[in-house]
Design a protein around this ligand. Structure first.
Ligand SMILES: [Zn+2]
Length: 413
């Protein structure tokens, strides 16, 4: 039973405002008593917080339709006010930049994608492409949902916050995971739009999205295993993302699968990503997808991969053999993640392949995890496909931005 005090004893008093907002964003229509029960606040303490949040226009209260005419604690529902402001989310991919506009309650009202031909690895020429797309979607929605209140940016690689005395961590030319600090992308967005910007790894954001509205909802510990063109992972424990030092963690794609194996763009050889990328399903891309990255026809590549996966799903022998070969490497990463984190769930998401049916890969992984994972974990880890395959990075970036806004709003209170 939850012990109730005026304020949650685990948290500082003011911090409760953010927690209340996060609960409402997570569960639109939640009642006062449900929030109070869930986070261990007294009704009086919660009422005090809500009076202010409603007064500031961040939260709105309305009668629940099914409960109308019935007085009581569950008769009123709470939502984040969609008119509080708009958030633009951006995802920078290997071939495209996608942006979406969300109202502050999480309703998506616009989306646009632009292809880019920026050579790999990226340089600062990507920055104006990103800024112009943000500008376009922000203008397109200018008449809806109030002012622009923030921008969330997701991308592969990392956004390290470097201590001044540790410049050596900033950028290592021999180790070429994307370092967005070196490209100055975020300061440029901040300068141009004059609103707060939160940035993070796209796989981390996909995990946030699965936790918000997908297969990770109400799951205590899960690993998001992102296997599409790139390979990465993110670990969520107790609703919180494991960040690691400086925010760099979960790079399962750059663990070694073959000593002295294929050259990887990160500077090493034999990285899992060079074998487990679903780009390897295509003969033209086998032996190292990333060598071809600037030359390939993106849409055709994605389509060709989908065709092979569909054929394997139908049991076509050639496609089945091809998928099994790549899925074995995908499973090596899955078994490693399961043994390292012992999660309740392992959620596979196809990253840049978008809405692609990867069930046939999930089935192989499920089988091999059962066979190869540490015995005491066998049968206890649920291996599933993601439920938010379409732009989870954009949803995760939105949620992160709103959490930032909730904290900032709390400071002003
Ligand atoms: Zn690598």
């Amino acid at each position: 039973m939850t012990r109730r005090t005026a304020l949650n004893p685990k948290l500082s008093g003011r911090h409760n405002r953010s927690i209340v907002c996060e609960q409402i964003l997570r569960d639109p229509g939640i009642s006062r008593s449900e929030i109070a029960e869930r986070i261990g606040l007294t009704r009086a303490a919660l009422s005090h917080i809500l009076v202010n949040l409603i007064d500031e226009g961040l939260v709105v209260e309305s009668k629940r339709v099914e409960d109308s005419g019935r007085a009581g604690p569950k008769s009123v529902s709470l939502t984040i006010n969609p008119g509080f402001g708009r958030v633009v989310s951006v995802n920078i991919g290997h071939f495209t930049v996608t942006a979406a506009v969300f109202l502050s309650d999480g309703t998506r009202i616009a989306k646009a994608t632009t292809a880019h031909r920026c050579a790999f690895p990226f340089d600062a020429s990507i920055n104006p492409i990103v800024c112009d797309l943000i500008d376009a979607v922000a203008h397109q929605t200018a008449n809806r949902g109030g002012l622009l209140i923030g921008i969330g940016v997701g991308a592969p690689g990392y956004f390290v916050k470097v201590d001044p005395g540790r410049a050596d961590e900033r950028s290592d030319p021999g180790h070429r995971l994307y370092d967005w600090n070196a490209l100055g992308t975020i300061p440029e967005i901040e300068r141009r739009f004059g609103v707060p910007v939160t940035a993070g790894n796209c796989t981390d954001f996909a995990a946030v999205a699965e936790s918000w509205r997908g297969a990770g909802r109400n799951v205590d510990r899960f690993v998001l295993y992102s296997v599409g063109l790139g390979v990465g992972s993110a670990f969520v424990d107790g609703g919180r993302l494991f960040a690691g030092r400086s925010g760099v963690s979960g790079e399962i794609g750059h663990t070694i699968a073959e000593i002295g194996g294929r050259e990887c763009y990160c500077g090493n050889r034999g990285c899992l990503e060079t074998y487990a990328s679903l780009g390897n399903l295509l003969p033209a891309l086998d032996h190292g997808y990333f060598r071809w990255v600037s030359d390939i026809d993106y849409e055709r590549t994605i389509n060709d991969i989908r065709v092979i996966l569909e054929a394997a799903e139908k049991g076509e022998p050639g496609a089945t053999i091809t998928v099994e070969k790549v899925a074995r490497y995908v499973a090596i990463g899955a078994v490693t993640l399961v043994n390292l984190f012992a999660p309740d769930k392992l959620i596979l998401t196809p990253n840049e392949l978008g809405v692609t049916n990867i069930d046939v890969v999930v089935e192989h992984v499920k089988h091999l995890v059962r066979k190869m994972a540490f015995r005491s974990l066998n049968g206890r880890v649920d291996v599933v496909a993601a439920e938010r395959p379409e732009d989870p990075e954009l949803e995760g970036a939105f949620v992160r931005m709103m959490e930032h806004i909730f904290r900032e709003n709390e400071k002003k209170a």
